[in-house]
Design a protein around this ligand. Structure first.
Ligand code: C5P
Length: 408
């Protein structure tokens, strides 16, 4: 089946000489069976006309955020919500900067800010503009937010200079669009359960035992699984993060609530325990705020919390086919993580060194080792990159399982 058949693409054409190539992109997308709606920015309209865009897309071309007629018939919110993918081609340096800053001062940027859909950008600009630290920071910001890129490529530019900045050819952009939709199906049919964030164990109505986990890694994993088509339930302790798109998020506070939510979400094919569950909780939670006593501070009696990872990894008919744990270690990272994998009976463990100068808790970056029964890999990158790498390994694992099941 053709991956692009009936897919709805919103194409935003910003200002650049490469805009003429977008006409070919519209033609290729239509030929592949996709529906294409277009927004032509003011800059884009300096290079190609709404008439040629409409003639090729077979749809009205949208140009103006302030047009009463356009906004009544097809507002910017509907334009973005009714698409499966938003493509910005060409994406000029200025348009990328506006996206990075979250500006919404024209129809294209307003549609993007209102969008809950995946976005692919095809940058096109002079090589000095592309290499400028401002543009590199802006594109980095977009990529950390999950925006995909196609190109730019190296070659001769319209301005007569040579370097990286040419927009990818329409066929290459089409390949990236296809790859996006193919990837989006790779884990379809699989259910995944992810735990993330800290747990807060109440001492009394105002105090609790907690930890510094931000939940960024667990949330990024849930989002990466969902973007590959998995049916994801995220059980999250208290974090400052928004719920990831296309993920069923259940908010909990304590380890007991977390394990109940995990049990309720079962059965799952994949379980990933990225939460920093408090090891202990107060044996008793006081109903009223403990008064500050003049004589002595109160003594807290602690009791052990349930181990969610161990519980999920116990052999049995309801055990997920792949159980992955995390191990935050400060010394003998690999040995401790290997031992933890055996003790907790999980299939894989992601070990990270939280004792180095690299700040891990709360930061956007991570440095981990993935430990499986057959070996280990070392990854460094943003928490989003680590999530993507892990999801690629998960895809391979299930592909191999399918192959061996088929061979039996
Ligand atoms: O034992 P430790 O806390 O080092 O193990 C870390 C791994 O176990 C993580 O995957 C964490 O999510 C999981 N864990 C859990 N329930 C606990 C403690 C840890 O699921 N009570």
């Amino acid at each position: 089946m053709n991956t692009l058949q009936s897919k709805k693409i919103l194409l935003i054409i910003s200002g650049g000489i490469a805009a003429y190539k977008s006409l070919e992109l519209i033609r290729l997308l239509k030929k592949a069976g996709a529906g294409v709606r277009c927004i032509l920015t003011q800059g884009g309209a300096k290079f190609i006309t709404p008439l040629s865009v409409s003639a090729l897309s077979g749809e009205q071309t949208h140009t103006d955020l302030w047009s009463l007629k356009d906004e009544t018939e097809m507002g910017h919110i509907r334009l973005s919500r009714e698409s499966d993918l938003i493509v910005v081609a060409p994406a000029s340096a200025s348009f990328i900067a506006k996206m990075a800053f979250g500006l919404a001062d024209d129809l294209g940027t307003a549609a993007l800010l209102a969008a809950d859909k995946p976005v692919l950008v095809a940058p096109a600009m002079n090589h000095m503009m592309w290499n400028h630290p401002a543009t590199q920071e802006n594109i980095g910001t977009l990529m950390r937010r999950g925006v995909k890129t196609a190109g730019p490529c190296a070659g001769d530019m319209a301005c007569g200079e040579t370097g990286i900045g040419r927009m990818a050819e329409p066929e290459e952009i089409l390949t990236s669009i296809r790859a996006h939709f193919e990837r989006a199906k790779k884990l379809s049919g699989l259910r995944a359960l992810v735990t993330s964030g800290p747990t807060f164990e109440p001492i009394d109505p105002v105090r609790f035992i907690g930890n510094r986990s931000s939940g960024k890694q667990g949330h990024a994993i849930a989002a990466a699984l969902a973007s590959c088509g998995a049916d994801v339930t995220l059980v999250s302790g208290p974090t400052a993060l928004p719920d990831p798109a296309s993920v069923k998020t259940i908010h909990v506070e304590t380890a007991d609530e977390m394990i109940s939510a995990c049990r309720a979400a079962a059965p799952a094919d994949i379980a990933i325990c990225a939460a920093a569950v408090a090891d202990w909780k107060p044996a008793q939670t006081q109903k009223k705020k403990i008064k500050k006593d003049k004589n002595a501070p109160p003594t807290l009696t602690l009791t052990e919390n349930p181990d969610i990872l161990s519980a999920l990894a116990q052999p049995g008919p309801r055990r997920p086919r792949l159980v992955i744990g995390f191990a935050a270690e400060t010394e003998n990272i690999l040995e401790s993580a290997h031992a933890k994998r055996m003790k907790k009976k999980c299939d894989w463990i992601v070990a990270n060194n939280v004792g180095t100068k690299e700040k891990i808790f709360g930061s956007d970056g991570n440095h981990v080792h993935l430990i499986t029964a057959s070996g280990q890999m070392e990854w460094r990158g943003s928490k989003k990159d680590i999530a993507d790498r892990l999801v690629l390994e998960i895809m391979d694992h299930f592909k191999n399982l399918k192959l061996s099941e088929a061979a039996e």
